[in-house]
Design a protein around this ligand. Structure first.
Ligand code: GH3
Ligand code: MG
Ligand code: MG
Length: 572
């Protein structure tokens, strides 16, 4: 049934809505909570897309935390689709940034870039500086990634970021960015620029007393110096890095630093010391299956053994290296294709910008032409007026539609009372207010007695009439601030925003006697209808708990013979 409703909704909204209401009524009468929940979720999706978009975002975040990143990415995609027609720019930006980050993590660089740029643009539009800067930093990281290798662009973005951080950020953000610029220049092969930025980062980290960042920067600076052939200078820095990482029991960074130090020893003609670093580094990388570093390690080890004249071991290391090189070739091919794709996308964007510029120039020329013709001008004004009129009509219809949809979503069609969702929400609001103002709130749950028998004897339409009369009678009995809604087939919830136990009992008694006095001449002159009521005075201010408590009082009223009011004895 629900699937039917979903399917025909595109062509016949009214009918779909009807099916949904029927299913909901049926579910309520059978007290099938799962079906009730499903209909209410659908109802919510059809009428309140803002809430659905937000909820979907929360779900995506939960999936991310749960490590289900593929599903999370898809959910965020849904959020973007929902947020766009709602013009909820903040939500769209946030979801785009989150998708971009997930794609970056799994190496889908071109897609990551597109989404991060969307986030960056929208955050900028909204004046959300923190969001914009975060997106900027991620964009720069994508460009600087070895897989993408657009180092010039990366530096451009890091420089913009540096300016922002100097204005709004923490000194550690500034130092991190200097480091990133250094490593981008190193990757690009501009070693002088790399050294300059590493040294500036190093000074900042030292001033802040960030020991691990200091060690990390020293190692990077060391490798940069080695690439320039300044091995002795490098050795000193690498030594300091190794000492720090060993003391910190940071195995990964220790292995990396020792590998570099081993290379330095080899270059300085100290093969035995080189082996003392390269061997443990190799064992660590083997445990972690790091092909890239193992390949480098094998290459260096072969050279060290050659230095020692140990040709047997030099040969073994070379064989190892050849196998690793082959394994790496595969990965490098993947990287190349990803790099080409980003380059292609960037080129495409530039082309689009050029096309846009051309188009707007043409349009300006055309406008100039039109201005010269007065006749055309009049036609254009008339068209604009017509368009404005059409837009206004459309807008008005939209307003009316929205209003109707909202009231439909909140009202029970048969009794015209607030429906289950609406009255439960009203209960929450009333309870929150009562809690703030230190008043007692109360709920009454009431149910028509022997209603099935009325249906059976006089037919379903007669049952509907009884429901409507009972609803009307109850509503007329209530004071202005109190509310009643239909929560099930022939079950109603009354919310008293402020009431003592005695007042609640009086009101319940009034409802009971009002229903008892109802006449149904159109059905049968001697038809009498009664209701049973359960009251709960809220001291815990939890609407769910209160309704359940009132419900159990209702059952007591049914047990004790119906047509009566029951309340927890302690409360009265
Ligand atoms: P009790 O005194 O214990 O409450 O008995 P009851 O017969 O009132 O309770 P029961 O739950 O057995 O029956 C409720 C009936 O209400 C069953 C269902 O067919 C009927 N019902 C539910 N919704 C509607 C409706 O919208 N219109 C009509 N006419 N009947 C409805
Ligand atoms: Mg009943
Ligand atoms: Mg019932």
């Amino acid at each position: 049934m629900l699937d039917d409703a979903q399917r025909i909704r595109a062509t016949d909204r009214q009918r779909a809505r009807q099916i949904l209401d029927d299913v909901e009524r049926d579910a309520a009468s059978k007290t099938d909570p799962l079906l009730i929940a499903r209909t209410q979720w659908l109802e919510c999706r059809w009428t309140d897309s803002a809430a659905v978009a937000k909820l979907t975002g929360c779900h995506a975040r939960a999936l991310t935390l749960d490590g289900k990143t593929a599903a999370a990415e898809q959910e965020y995609g849904t959020v973007v689709k929902l947020a766009r027609p709602l013009r909820d720019l903040a939500l769209e930006a946030e979801a785009s940034a989150d998708i971009g980050t997930l794609q970056y993590d799994r190496g889908a660089m071109a897609d990551a870039l597109a989404n991060l740029q969307t986030a960056y643009r929208i955050y900028g539009q909204l004046g959300n500086e923190k969001g914009r800067i975060d997106a900027l930093s991620n964009i720069a990281n994508v460009y600087a990634d070895a897989q993408v290798g657009q180092y010039d662009r990366a530096v451009e973005y890091y420089r913009e970021l540096l300016g922002d951080y100097e204005k709004y950020g923490q000194p550690s953000d500034v130092a991190d960015t200097l480091f990133n610029i250094g490593s981008t220049f190193e990757a690009k092969g501009d070693l002088a620029a790399a050294e300059l930025h590493y040294r500036r980062a190093l000074t900042s980290f030292q001033q802040m007393g960030k020991a691990s960042d200091v060690a990390y920067t020293k190692r990077s600076l060391g490798t940069t110096l080695m690439k320039q052939g300044r091995t002795s200078e490098a050795l000193k820095l690498l030594d300091e890095a190794v000492v720090y990482f060993e003391r910190a029991h940071d195995e990964w960074n220790t292995a990396m630093s020792r590998q570099h130090r081993g290379i330095a020893f080899r270059r300085l003609g100290r093969p035995n010391e080189a082996l003392r670093d390269l061997d443990p580094a190799r064992r660590f990388f083997e445990r972690n299956n790091n092909t890239r570093f193992l390949e480098r390690n094998a290459e260096e080890t072969a050279l060290v053994y050659a230095q020692l004249g140990d040709w047997r071991n030099a040969y073994d290391a070379s064989v190892r290296r050849a196998a690793l090189t082959q394994a790496l070739a595969e990965t490098r091919r993947d990287e190349l294709s990803s790099r080409l794709r980003v380059a292609f996308d960037t080129e495409k964007k530039d082309q689009e910008n050029r096309a846009l510029a051309r188009e707007s120039a043409l349009r300006a020329a055309a406008l100039h032409e039109a201005e010269r013709s007065r006749e055309l001008q009049i036609v254009v004004s008339a068209l604009i007026a017509l368009l404005a009129l059409a837009m206004a009509a459309l807008f008005w219809r939209q307003v009316v539609n929205t209003r109707r949809m909202r009231s439909m979503a909140m009202t029970d069609e048969l009794t015209r009372l607030p429906n289950r969702r609406h009255i439960l929400a009203a209960a929450e609001i009333a309870f929150d207010a009562a809690k703030r103002e230190h008043r007692t709130a109360a709920v009454i749950v009431l149910d028509i007695d022997g209603f099935k028998r009325i249906n059976d004897m006089w037919g379903h339409p007669a049952g509907d009439v009884v429901l409507q009369s009972v609803a009307r009678a109850c509503r007329l009995e209530l004071r202005g601030g109190d509310q009643i809604g239909r929560i099930g087939g022939e079950e109603f919830l009354v919310v008293l925003s402020a009431a003592t136990a005695q007042q609640a009992r009086d009101i319940a008694e009034r409802l009971r006697s009002a229903v008892e006095r109802l006449e149904f001449t159109s059905i049968s002159p001697d038809l009498r209808v009664t209701i049973s009521l359960g009251i709960h005075i809220a001291t815990e201010y939890d609407a769910g708990v209160a309704i359940a408590a009132a419900d159990s009082m209702l059952y007591r009223a049914k047990d004790r013979g119906r047509n009566r009011v029951e309340m927890e004895p302690t409360a009265s």
